[in-house]
Design a protein around this ligand. Structure first.
Ligand code: CTP
Ligand code: MG
Length: 228
């Protein structure tokens, strides 16, 4: 089932502390963003990649597309201050039909079976997100004191991709803009409209590379996959 994917890649990677866009750091000898792009490049159902970038990275990215034979990037837009703006600018360049995925450039380990399932559920129902059950016990804390313990069985850690019918996602982003709503993920904008979002159980190794330790996890995930 065909889809387009928006990849926000315009962040500054502040928590990684590399003084540059973390997506250009290498794991297993390739920039993180190349790993992410390759997943979609190799998926025959992906009909186009819309990338939100920082203008400073533009030339480097064009060189990487050449070097790694990445041909499906149909639009490169300048990102905004917030991830939500970056996604919105890219969404405006998407073909106005079918299913659109939004996937963080910083999650290079997304697996094909999760993508397939998200696309198919979003096509059927309008909206689907990747998530995993929370492993830790989660408590709310106020002024250094435990407030309460939240029932773990209802807690899920939400990832990307998040998949939507184009029309629904566009409406959600337009509404968020007109009401100045800033969500923490794409689905939260759709939730604001009172729409149901399906949850697709994904993998624990679909991590977002955020801090330095995550680079060690990333190398380990790649090693494990090479052994399989
Ligand atoms: N992103 C974006 N535009 C922004 C902020 C983030 O396109 N204004 C992208 C990032 O490039 C990343 C994804 O959104 O692929 C998830 O964001 P995050 O992991 O928070 O990356 P950064 O914002 O770059 O990192 P930090 O928050 O540590 O600065
Ligand atoms: Mg960020």
């Amino acid at each position: 089932m065909e889809y387009q994917v928006i990849i926000p890649a315009a962040g500054q990677g502040k928590r990684m502390g590399a003084n540059r866009n973390k997506l250009l750091l290498e794991v297993d000898g390739r920039p993180i963003i190349v790993h992410t792009l390759k997943v979609f490049e190799q998926d025959e159902n992906c009909r186009g990649i819309l990338l939100a970038i920082h203008p400073d990275d533009h030339l480097v990215l064009l060189e990487l597309f050449d070097q790694y034979n990445i041909r499906k990037v149909t639009a490169m837009v300048e990102g905004g201050k917030e991830r939500q703006q970056s996604v919105y600018y890219a969404l405006k360049q998407a073909l106005p039909n079918g299913v659109v995925l939004v996937h963080d450039g910083a999650r290079p380990f997304i697996q094909q079976n999760t993508i397939n399932e998200l696309v198919s559920v979003a096509k059927e129902t309008g909206a689907a997100i990747a998530a995993v059950p929370v492993k830790d016990t989660i408590k709310t804390v106020k002024q250094g004191l435990v407030d309460k313990t939240i029932e773990r069985s209802s807690l899920w850690s939400v990832q990307t991709p998040q998949a939507f019918r184009h029309s629904l996602l566009m409406e959600a982003y337009e509404q968020a803009e007109s009401s100045a709503f800033l969500g923490t993920d794409d689905a939260s904008l759709v939730e604001e409209m009172g729409k149901k979002i399906q949850v697709v159980e994904a993998d624990y190794d679909n991590i977002k590379l955020t801090t330095k330790e995550d680079l060690i996890f990333a190398e380990a995930i790649i090693r494990k996959r090479k052994e399989q």
